[in-house]
Design a protein around this ligand. Structure first.
Ligand code: SF4
Length: 322
């Protein structure tokens, strides 16, 4: 059953130089108990999408629909959105320090969220906070609850952030590049923790990342974004077995092999386009080695089987095969 349904989402930012359309007609669903990985380079619109779901875009014009567990987020008043945040949906970021208050003990911060949303007593909320710290693998949680954020290492701080996100038992956890700042070993541990929590609690998880390696470790389903749009949508198994879009293949080519001997890495040439003046036609065409004439003038639709992708080559292949 779908927990989150996003339909025709458009997020625009007015700037002195014109309007930046950061998300351009995005649709996807996240089912209960599943993990969707949204992957793309910086500027693809993936983080803007997650902030729209959290109702955190004060300066943006948001249209379309974001249905979270039966509640419409787009156009909802601030109080309604605030009630959803924390209670139904929680978010963890790349930098936990941006979300943790430096001058409060971590146990107090976790307990505070519980008290606020559940009306728990001080004592019950503290006990729950210590239990959460234990659940996310913080050694000596009773003592560590009394420490301040700066007394934790980067990986441990991310564990604290996850404990805080779980304090109100959300249905959906949004993780925005949660491991990007961590070294490889700690990164694997945090991804394993998120996967374990997802399994044990039956959470839905939205994993925002630039790294298909992260997607390979945790996601059931994948949405590949480029220039504010979905360019490919599939289950993780399908995507890794048969990527259909040249951009997805480019991302895979720049990914170190997860198993076996290291292969040659081929980064995608060029940079993502300016969203102030995106290229005509397929926005990936200036970087695409497979482009044909129509790519420069006509935007490809997201369509086709075995899973949808937005590329003219796929339509032509189908016509040739038909
Ligand atoms: Fe490349 Fe054209 Fe496909 Fe875009 S539509 S990805 S430019 S081949």
């Amino acid at each position: 059953m779908s927990l989150l349904t996003v339909r025709d989402l458009v997020v625009e930012f007015p700037t002195p130089k014109g309007t930046v359309r950061a998300v351009d007609g995005l649709s996807f669903t996240v089912d209960e108990g599943r993990t969707l990985g949204i992957v793309g380079e910086s500027g693809s619109g993936k983080s803007v999408t997650s902030l729209a779901i959290m109702g955190l875009h004060d300066k943006a014009q948001v249209s379309g629909s974001i249905d979270l567990a039966g509640t419409e987020v787009v156009g909802a008043d601030r109080e309604k959105v605030r009630a959803l945040r924390g209670r139904r949906v929680a978010m963890i970021f790349q930098d936990p320090l941006s979300s943790l208050h430096p001058h409060y003990r971590v146990g107090e911060q976790i307990a505070e969220a519980r008290r606020l949303h559940f009306g728990a007593s001080r004592r019950a909320a503290h006990k729950h906070a210590v239990q959460l710290l234990a659940d996310v693998g913080i050694p000596h949680p009773d003592e560590r609850a009394g420490d301040y954020p700066h007394q934790f290492s980067g990986g441990m701080r991310q564990r604290v952030m996850i404990a805080m996100a779980l304090a109100c038992e959300p249905d959906l956890l949004i993780a925005d590049e949660p491991t990007t700042a961590l070294d490889v070993t700690v990164q694997a541990q945090i991804l394993e923790l998120i996967a374990r929590i997802q399994r044990e609690r039956g959470l839905a998880v939205l994993m925002i990342t630039h790294d298909l390696g992260v997607v390979a470790r945790v996601a059931d389903d994948v949405l590949v974004m480029y220039a504010g749009r979905a360019v490919e949508q599939a289950t993780a198994d399908e995507l890794f077995a048969g990527p259909r879009h040249p951009y997805t293949r480019g991302l895979l080519g720049s990914l170190p092999r997860l198993t076996g001997p290291p292969g040659e890495l081929t980064p995608i040439p060029g940079a993502p386009p300016s969203l102030l003046r995106p290229p005509a036609g397929c926005p990936f065409h200036p970087r695409c080695s497979e482009r044909i004439d129509v790519c420069e003038t006509t935007r490809p639709a997201l369509q086709g089987a075995p899973h949808p992708a937005a590329c003219h080559l796929l339509t032509i292949e189908k016509e040739v095969a038909g």
